[in-house]
Design a protein around this ligand. Structure first.
Ligand SMILES: Nc1ncnc2c1ncn2[C@@H]1O[C@H](COP(=O)(O)OP(=O)(O)OP(=O)(O)O)[C@@H](O)[C@H]1O
Length: 694
C-alpha cells in the first residue's frame, strides 16, 4: 500500500511537517486473535468468544485508512486492541509492532489518540473550555498557557467549532451543542496534540454529508501533511468521503476479507464475482452487494453475486415466504355457531402455523447460506495473491532493522500540580453551572432543620423532654448522614463515566481528580451542616452555651462528611448508579440500627457487636448525647415517676453511653472514619478504573 497515491491526488509525495521524521509510526499487526470471556448461554456452554481471528495487516504513516465492515464485524474491537484498550483478563495473541518494535499497550496509549464511538464530555463545559482543558493537560509543559490556548482555538477553527465556542456541551436535560458538534469536539480534544497515531471509531456518524466530508478531509490533511497514521472505522461513507481514504481494511466476522488501497477494492471483489453496477458509490456496493447480498435483504430477483458461482459465491438465498393473514376469529364467532366457519378458521390457523414454520426454517437456511458466503469471502482473501504479498511484506519488515519509537511521539502527561488546579476549577464551574444541585441541598437543609425545629420546639426539662432530646438527636444524626450520602451518590455517580473516559485516555491521574474533587465538594459539607445547626439547635432549645453549640455543629459537620465519604465509596464500588442507589439502604440500615438508639449498646447480640464499631452514626449519636445530657438538670413533673436525683448523667448511663468516651474522643473517631472512608473510596475508584490503564 505504501507509496501509492489515491485517485484524487496529484502523484506527488505529500508535504510533511518540519520536524523529526521518527514521529511517523507504522503499525503492523500479525496473527491477532482476541478472545473475551462471556457468560455461556446455557449451562456448560462455551465461556470464551473470539472476536478477532488471526487478523494481520499494516497501517502506514502519512496515510488515511478506513476500517469497514458490517455491524458486529469487529471494527471497534480491532481499533481498541491496537490502541491498547482491552481488559487484562481477555486473551490477545499475535503481535503488534510499531516501527518494527513490539509495544506494550501502555506505550500504545502514550503514542496514540482515540476518539470513541460515544461522546462522553462533561456536559457543563463550553466548547472553548473543553478544548482548552485538553490542550492544557496534553500539550508539553514547554508550551506557555497562551500557546496552548491558541492551539485549542486553531483546532476549533479547523473543525468549524469557532461559532459555538461559548455554548455548553449539554445533556439530555440541558440543551447544548448539536450531536455533530459534539462529535467534532471529541475529535478536537484528541487533535490538539496531533498524536502520532489517531484512531477514530465511527468518526463521521451523526454528521451531515458535508460536515462528514469536511471532517474526513481534515483527517486526510493530518495524515498527509503531518505524517500521522490515521485509522477510522466508518459506516457507509458517501462516495466523496470514501475516496478521501487511501487504504481500506474490510472485516467480516472478525476476519479480514480485504486489505489494500481504496481504489483496488472494487476490482478485487469484482474478480470474485461481485460486480459493482455503474454509477454506484463503492462504499454502498461494498455494504449492499458484498457484505450483505441483496437476496439476504429479501430481494431474490437479483441475488448477488451475478457471477457464475465458480468461486463458490453464487448462492441464491431462499426467499422468505409471505405469511397468510390470520382469520378473524371474533368475526366468525359473532356470526353465530356456524360449524362450517369454525372448520375454515381451524384450517386457516393450521395453514398459518405451517407458513410460520416454513418462514422460520427459510430464515435459518438464509442465515446459514449467508454465513457460508462470508466464509468463502474470508477463504478467498486468505488464498489471494494480495494476502500472500501482504504476509511476505510483513515478514520482511519484521526482519528489517527496527526504527523504534522516538520519545517525541509520546504524548505529554501534565504533572499533578497542573492537573489538580485545572480539575478543581472545572469542578467548581460544574457546580456553579448546576445551581439546582446546590439550591436543592440548601432547600433541603433549611426545610428539614425547620421541620425538626418545629416538631421538637423548645423541649421541656422533664422526663418527656428527655425522650424528645433522645429522639431529636438521633433524627439529626440520621439526617446528617443520609442527606449527604444520597446527594453525593447521584452527583458523583453521574460524573463517573466522564472520569473513566478521561482517565482512560490518560488526560489526568486519579490523585489529582480525587483530591481536587473532594476539595471542591468540602465547603458545602461544612456550610450546610453549620446552617442546619444554627436553625434547629436554638429552636429545639438544647443547652444554650457556645461550647455546647460548637460541639453540636462540629458533630453535624463530621456526620455530613462521613455521609459524603460513604456515598463516594459506594458509588465507586458499583459501576451502575441505579445499582449503587438500590444497595445503599443495605449499607445504611445496619449502621443505623446499631447506632445505640434502637438497641442499647450493652444488649446488642454478640455476633452483631462489630457493626456498632463501624457505624459513624453511633459515634455521632454518642457525641451529641454526651454533649446534651452531661450536666443537664432534669426537673420531673409530679405525674412522672423519676428515680430520685434523676439527671443527665443517669440518662447517659441508661443509654449505655457512660463509658463510651468523651465528646472529643467520639468526634476524633468520627474524623478518622471520614478519612478511612475516603481512603476506601479512593481504593474502590482505583480498582474500578485500573483495568483502563493495566
Ligand atoms: N467484551 C465483549 N464481550 C462479548 N462480546 C463482545 C465484547 N466485545 C465485543 N463483542 C462482540 O464482538 C462483536 C464485534 O464487536 P465490535 O464492537 O468490534 O463490532 P463493530 O464492527 O465495531 O460493530 P458496530 O459497527 O455495530 O459498532 C460483536 O458481536 C460484539 O457483540
Amino acid at each position: 500500500m505504501e507509496g501509492h497515491e489515491s485517485q484524487d491526488e496529484p502523484p506527488t509525495k505529500p508535504p510533511v511537517l518540519e520536524g523529526p521524521d521518527i514521529t511517523r509510526l507504522q503499525i503492523l499487526f500479525q496473527n491477532l486473535t482476541y478472545t473475551v470471556q462471556v457468560k455461556p448461554a446455557k449451562k456448560g456452554g462455551d465461556t470464551s468468544k473470539s472476536i478477532l481471528k488471526d487478523v494481520s495487516g499494516v497501517f502506514e504513516p502519512a496515510r488515511l485508512t478506513a476500517v469497514m465492515g458490517a455491524s458486529g464485524s469487529g471494527k471497534t474491537t480491532l481499533l481498541n486492541v491496537l490502541a491498547g484498550f482491552y481488559k487484562a483478563q481477555d486473551k490477545l495473541t499475535g503481535d503488534v509492532l510499531v516501527n518494527g518494535k513490539a509495544v506494550t499497550k501502555e506505550k500504545m496509549r502514550r503514542i496514540s489518540g482515540f476518539v470513541h464511538q460515544e461522546d462522553v464530555i462533561l456536559h457543563t463545559m463550553t466548547v472553548r473550555e473543553a478544548l482548552e482543558f485538553a490542550a492544557a493537560l496534553k500539550l508539553p509543559s514547554s508550551m506557555t498557557a497562551a500557546q496552548k490556548s491558541q492551539r485549542a482555538m486553531e483546532v476549533a477553527q479547523l473543525l468549524n467549532l469557532h461559532k459555538s465556542l461559548d455554548s455548553v456541551v449539554g445533556s439530555s436535560m440541558i440543551k447544548g451543542i448539536s450531536g455533530g458538534e459534539k462529535r467534532r469536539l471529541s475529535l478536537g480534544m484528541e487533535m490538539v496534540t496531533e498524536p502520532a497515531v489517531l484512531f477514530l471509531d465511527e468518526s463521521s456518524s451523526g454528521l451531515d454529508s458535508f460536515t462528514a466530508f469536511k471532517v474526513v478531509h481534515i483527517l486526510r490533511s493530518v495524515a498527509h501533511l503531518h505524517g500521522r497514521t490515521v485509522v477510522c472505522s466508518i459506516h457507509q461513507p458517501s462516495s466523496e468521503v470514501f475516496h478521501l481514504f487511501d487504504d481500506l481494511v474490510v472485516l467480516a466476522a472478525g476476519q479480514i476479507i480485504y486489505l489494500g488501497q481504496v481504489q483496488d477494492m472494487v476490482g478485487y471483489f469484482g474478480a470474485l464475482g461481485y460486480h459493482c453496477p455503474n454509477y454506484t458509490n463503492p462504499a454502498d456496493y461494498l455494504f449492499m452487494e458484498v457484505l450483505n447480498a441483496p437476496a439476504a435483504a429479501g430481494d431474490d430477483t437479483e441475488a448477488a453475486p451475478q457471477a457464475d458461482g465458480a468461486n463458490g459465491h453464487g448462492h441464491h438465498l431462499p426467499r422468505l415466504p409471505h405469511l397468510p393473514s390470520l382469520p378473524h376469529r371474533h368475526g366468525h364467532a359473532a356470526a353465530g355457531h356456524d360449524a362450517e366457519a369454525g372448520k375454515h378458521a381451524a384450517e386457516a390457523e393450521a395453514e398459518a402455523e405451517a407458513a410460520a414454520k416454513a418462514a422460520l426454517s427459510a430464515a435459518e437456511a438464509a442465515h446459514a447460506a449467508e454465513e457460508q458466503r462470508i466464509a468463502s469471502l474470508i477463504a478467498a482473501w486468505d488464498g489471494s495473491p494480495q494476502a500472500a504479498a501482504l504476509h511476505r511484506s510483513l515478514t520482511s519488515r519484521r526482519a528489517a532493522e527496527a526504527a523504534g519509537i522516538s520519545k517525541l511521539a509520546e504524548s505529554a502527561v501534565a504533572p499533578f500540580w497542573l492537573q489538580a488546579p485545572l480539575l478543581a476549577r472545572r469542578a467548581l464551574l460544574n457546580a456553579w453551572r448546576n445551581p439546582l444541585v446546590f439550591r436543592g441541598k440548601l432547600a433541603q437543609t433549611v426545610f428539614l432543620s425547620l421541620v425538626v425545629g418545629l416538631i421538637y420546639l423548645q423541649v421541656s426539662d422533664d422526663l418527656a423532654g428527655v425522650q424528645d432530646r433522645q429522639g431529636s438527636l438521633f433524627f439529626l444524626v440520621v439526617e446528617g448522614l443520609f442527606g449527604s450520602v444520597m446527594g453525593i451518590l447521584t452527583v458523583f455517580g453521574s460524573e463517573k463515566p466522564v472520569f473513566q473516559r478521561e482517565f482512560g485516555t490518560r488526560l489526568y491521574g486519579l490523585p489529582a481528580y480525587f483530591i481536587s474533587r473532594w476539595l471542591v465538594e468540602l465547603p458545602s459539607h461544612i456550610i450546610l451542616p453549620v446552617l442546619f445547626s444554627c436553625i434547629c439547635y436554638f429552636m429545639i432549645g438544647y443547652q444554650a452555651t457556645a461550647a455546647h453549640f460548637g460541639w453540636f455543629a462540629l458533630t453535624m459537620v463530621l456526620m455530613d462528611n462521613s455521609g459524603a465519604a460513604l456515598g463516594i465509596f459506594v458509588s465507586c464500588l458499583f459501576n451502575d448508579l441505579s445499582v449503587a442507589l438500590s444497595v445503599m439502604p443495605m449499607f445504611l440500615l445496619p449502621l443505623m440500627v446499631f447506632s445505640g438508639f434502637f438497641v442499647n449498646s450493652d444488649t446488642i447480640p454478640p455476633y452483631f457487636t462489630w457493626i456498632q464499631y463501624i457505624s459513624p452514626m453511633r459515634y455521632g449519636y454518642i457525641a451529641l448525647a454526651k454533649n446534651e445530657f452531661a450536666g443537664l438538670q432534669i426537673n420531673c413533673s409530679p405525674d412522672e415517676s423519676c428515680p430520685p436525683g434523676y439527671n443527665g448523667a443517669m440518662v447517659l448511663a441508661n443509654m449505655g453511653f457512660s463509658d463510651k468516651g468523651s465528646v472529643g474522643q467520639n468526634l476524633g473517631i468520627l474524623f478518622a472514619m471520614v478519612w478511612a472512608l475516603l481512603l476506601l473510596a479512593y481504593v474502590a475508584l482505583w480498582l474500578a478504573v485500573r483495568r483502563l490503564v493495566k
